[in-house]
Design a protein around this ligand. Structure first.
Ligand code: FES
Length: 143
């Protein structure tokens, strides 16, 4: 169970080991908001000049299934995208925007994340704010 601090609208989740991920590797995590359990994942993307961690909810904006269907695999090296195992939607790693498949133009729910030593801290919704995500009007990605 990850550590969590809760400020009311947001909470910070520590994902142990995520700061040491290599390109394409990911670690799933869970959090509770408004009495519901949600799952997300942290992924390292290290391609060309970009070396960063990203974090998203494990939820496809097409019909709302888990992206990984329990496989714990979120990234395809073949296409350089996060992908959905249900109908094959592909999402840009940095923006979370679907650019191939049945939900082109929709976005994954992105969370701010930062490495802290060998771990990562992910800022996720808390309380009722967890239920307000609109995939057609996603928050701007953090730098
Ligand atoms: S549920 Fe993800 S592509 Fe259909």
């Amino acid at each position: 169970m990850p550590d969590a601090t809760d400020s009311g609208r947001e909470q910070e989740i520590r994902v142990v080991g995520a700061g040491a991920l290599r390109h394409g590797e990911s670690i799933p995590f869970t959090f509770v908001a408004a009495g519901e359990t949600f799952e997300g994942f942290v992924l390292r993307y290290d391609e060309g000049p970009v070396d960063t961690l990203v974090a998203y909810r494990n939820w496809c904006p097409h019909v709302g299934t888990d992206l990984d269907m329990g496989s714990r695999r979120f990234y395809s090296r073949n296409v350089g995208r996060i992908y959905c195992h249900t109908h094959g939607a592909q999402f840009q790693v940095i923006t979370g925007e679907c650019d191939f498949g049945p939900c082109v133009g929709l976005h994954l729910e992105r969370y701010a994340v930062r490495a802290v030593g060998a771990d990562a801290l992910v800022t996720v919704p808390a309380g009722d704010s967890a239920a307000t995500h609109d995939p057609e009007n996603p928050p701007e990605p953090a730098d």
